[in-house]
Design a protein around this ligand. Structure first.
Ligand code: SF4
Length: 335
């Protein structure tokens, strides 16, 4: 059997930055590091940071006053930042800059009084954060639109003052269908200058399409509650190729590979590279003559860490850097 490894795959710049922020705080601080929500939607990353002392909570009210705290890559509504300030938290914001861009768009539309249609998944933590950025009580409000059917029924206070934004991790084609319905109903609809769907989501979905041209089965490593992971599976299925989402190598079943000569393997923006390598290792146990080839080009985008974190003194008596071997770095290689 031949395995085609997709490029790019795995950690995007936003996830890499968020994980490094928690990692750096754990390294430099002697105090516990609290993180609001899973820093990224991946169990192995969360478990590894938890093992080093990170404490994950869903509400800043669960964080002791004055403690060190981090906002996850998915972002949070302004109210969370107010609550954190009221508790005197030393807050580090790991919101991906591309999510922050959408927050700014919503704030600008709110200021202009427009009704905003937020295309995305109603319960996703990123969407909840973006909804909270509409803070003008006299504006036309914000509402989630999940699919073209919902786009047919949404209403606006003033149909001439409407805009849309999107969750960053959707599939491009699905968004186009929703926007097309909204535009037919609201010809004055205003959209972002540059698509809100992030570069990493688009590149990973394009890489899946490329795999589909060569493979009979595509494996996506990612979490079932990770939006970008689920979309990658859907992209393969829409291309007519069987696809499975797995969290780790132990989910593999030998029967999946009966009759498969070319297998596609990739990982979502929140899945670290060691999970890919462990999957290849498991496959090699079953197929000792496995051939591994790579398709596509790797990314080189990097989001800088906040200056306050870079300049923070290392207060730990013996640096904990040596304990980070189990955390993946930006290239996915174990440290
Ligand atoms: Fe940012 Fe995109 Fe990565 Fe989400 S998937 S953290 S929006 S770069």
């Amino acid at each position: 059997m031949k395995v085609w490894l997709a490029n790019p795959r795995g950690f995007c710049a936003g996830v890499d930055r968020a994980v490094k922020m928690v990692d750096e705080l754990l390294t430099k601080s002697v105090d516990p590091v609290y993180v609001r929500h899973e820093i990224v939607h991946n169990r192995s990353v969360v478990d590894s940071l938890q093992a080093r002392g990170a404490v994950f909570v869903e509400d800043v009210a669960q964080i002791p006053e004055g403690a060190l705290a981090v906002i996850s890559a998915h972002g949070a509504p302004p109210q969370v930042f107010h609550d954190a300030a009221a508790r005197g938290l030393q807050l580090f914001d790991a919101t991906c800059p591309l999510v922050s861009k959408v927050h700014l768009e919503v704030a600008a539309h709110a200021k202009a009084g427009r009704t905003v249609f937020l295309i995305g998944h109603r319960d996703h933590v990123e969407v909840l954060g973006t909804l909270g950025c509409y803070t003008n009580p006299d504006g036309g409000g914000i509402q989630v639109v999940q699919d073209p059917e919902e786009a047919l029924t949404v209403r606006a206070r003033d149909p001439a003052a409407v805009a849309y934004v999107t969750q960053t991790t959707l599939a491009v084609d699905a968004v186009r269908k929703v926007v097309s319905v909204l535009r037919q109903r609201f010809p004055a609809l205003v959209g972002p200058h540059h698509d809100d769907i992030c570069y990493a989501t688009q590149n990973r979905q394009d890489a899946v399409r490329m795999l589909c041209r060569h493979c009979q089965l595509v494996l996506v490593i990612g979490a079932p509650h990770s939006s970008n992971s689920v979309r990658m599976v859907e992209v393969a299925q829409e291309a007519g190729v069987r696809a499975r989402l797995i969290e780790a190598a132990d989910a593999l079943e030998p029967a999946w590979f009966d009759g498969i000569d070319d297998l596609g393997l990739t990982s979502s923006a929140s899945a670290p590279e060691p999970l890919v390598q462990a999957t290849l290792q498991r496959l090699r146990q079953w197929y000792p003559r496995l051939v591994v080839k790579t398709l596509g080009l790797a990314e080189n985008k990097v989001f800088k860490l906040p200056t306050a974190l870079v300049e923070m003194p290392d207060l730990h008596p013996t640096s904990r850097r040596s304990q980070r071997a189990d955390l993946p770095d930006s290239t996915g290689a174990p440290r």
